[in-house]
Design a protein around this ligand. Sequence first.
Ligand SMILES: Nc1nc2c(ncn2[C@@H]2O[C@H](COP(=O)(O)OP(=O)(O)O)[C@@H](O)[C@H]2O)c(=O)[nH]1
Ligand SMILES: Nc1ncnc2c1ncn2[C@@H]1O[C@H](COP(=O)(O)OP(=O)(O)O)[C@@H](O)[C@H]1O
Length: 206
Amino acid sequence: MDTPGNLFIIAAPSGAGKSSLVKALLELDGHLAVSISHTTRAPRGQEQHGREYWFVDEPEFRAMAGRGDFFEWAEVHGNLYGTSRAAIEARLQAGEDVVLEIDFQGALQIKQLFGHAVLIFILPPSWAELEQRLRRRGEDANGAIGQRMANAREEVAQARHFDFVVVNAVFETALFDLKTIVHAQRLKYSAQQRSKAAVFKALDLL
Ligand SMILES: Nc1nc2c(ncn2[C@@H]2O[C@H](COP(=O)(O)OP(=O)(O)O)[C@@H](O)[C@H]2O)c(=O)[nH]1
Ligand SMILES: Nc1ncnc2c1ncn2[C@@H]1O[C@H](COP(=O)(O)OP(=O)(O)O)[C@@H](O)[C@H]1O
């Protein structure tokens, strides 16, 4: 499916800093909107229904999946997560850019549907730093942190299927890398869309 809006997909092992980076990116770029996923995971501390996620129970999630309401959905760390069609289709068709913060399974599914999607993988600088960030965030129980660290090995192995890999060592540097990728994609898209003849004419090359 081709759309006038750009679609950026950001995946990372839990704790790599994906949500913090996306939040900072959105604050800098008023033309980007993040899609709010549905999940069966329980809300953490300050999370709000409809802000970080749409929190639903499993029967409701499975009913939505059965109706074909999701572009993609996947089980991650024992919970279900999905991107609803309603959340992104209208925006992309209207020419607005959308960011999806989803796991690698969802990213690869979406790439099949939207060939022009830009896949970005965020890596932590080391395993030790990843674990420290998960502990510092303080939102997950010890068992959940162990599971996230174990899953991280499998997730990082998928980075090779992505268009870009950004290492989140120094936050500001990683944010700059993301801004650059978004900017480059917009330039590429506008170059494809603009009639070459019109551009050449404007430059007096015809
Ligand atoms: N496939 C898919 N994955 C999602 C979706 N929403 C979130 N995820 C992923 O689910 C994983 C767990 O997210 P979350 O519970 O917020 O934990 P965190 O990554 O530790 O902050 C992350 O890899 C998210 O990117 C979605 O709609 N679809
Ligand atoms: N570059 C960085 N250096 C140090 N800490 C970071 C960096 N980026 C993010 N963090 C911290 O790491 C923790 C996990 O970040 P978060 O954005 O929740 O990760 P994710 O969404 O990938 O699970 C948070 O406490 C966040 O403030």
